[in-house]
Design a protein around this ligand. Sequence first.
Ligand code: NAD
Length: 335
Amino acid sequence: MNVLIYSAKDFEIPYLEAANTKKHKLTFTKEALSSETAMLAVGFDAVSIFSADEAWVITIEKLKDFGVKYITLRSVGYDNVNLRAASRLDIRVANVPEYSPYAIAEHAVALLLALNRKLIESNFRVSHYNFNLNNLVGFDLNNKTVGIIGTGKIGAVMSKIMHGFGCKLLGYDIEENSALKDQYGMQYTTLEQLCNKADIISLHVPLTTETHQLINEDLIYEMKDGVILINTARGAVINTEDVIEGLKRGKIGALGLDVYENEKGLFFKDRSQNFLSDTLIMTLNAFPNVLITGHHAFLTDEALTNIADTTIYNLDCWDSGKETDNELTDINESS
Ligand code: NAD
């Protein structure tokens, strides 16, 4: 199969080539898929995209006109694809439903630990031979209450890790996971109660119409003073402006982000020499108690291997006229 890999990053190309073993003809472009770049796909049977690509109605209609029959996402989330349009135009779509929930959950914990124990500031001081410890006080995680919003695959691993730290677990999800209740004593509760009681809140829901801006002014009001908020899910699950207000008022004690509401067109490229007009990210960066990584929670050897293997598996299935287990249909459409 002739496949165009959009948004190809240098670090993932060797994984995709190793998984492919020359079965499909892979062409890599650094361009993200959009209605403007869809024409690059002329002559390709399939395209592969990542989270910063966009496959909305116009883009999908163009892909159809250019002869593309398949879209395989190298991501879990598929909020960037209009599945209804794809289904109407008979374009098959598949994702990588699970590549390493450990990669994401461990990154969420890394953000939490770095913020709580003020590792960035501490390292900065030491690198300047300033060994003063003032204002570096954190708290023990042991016995603290962690609210996990979204207790699916990643939320479950997060629960296991936080249980290991001796934390009490509160969960919020549209479907309860009884194994988490049995193994880690997780208590499911309402969003409001979770916010009332949690010292730390970690987000692991997909971006859907229901979860869009779930963390807003009203819910922040319900949170404990000084709560640590971690978002490794999708940027738009939080209302960034409301969260900034929460930080200013000290309601939110620290914020760890791997995803950002306006990351599309910003993340995954070196912008250090550009003039940035995005004042929201500049405001976030100005807080000493905000730690941002550029959507890199998935960046482990295991995750990249699994993403590449599943992407090639999806292509193999379609090439041999079969359905893949990872096919996304309009019924699953999330936004
Ligand atoms: P999952 O499907 O296993 O779990 C999601 C959970 O959210 C499910 O239990 C589901 O019932 C729950 N949920 C869905 N809608 C809800 C709602 N309205 N209210 C409450 N709960 C709801 O998915 P996962 O593998 O755990 O991944 C979660 C999300 O993490 C993905 O959708 C993706 O957006 C994000 N993610 C981010 C990265 C990264 O690199 N930062 C990598 C992978 C995934």
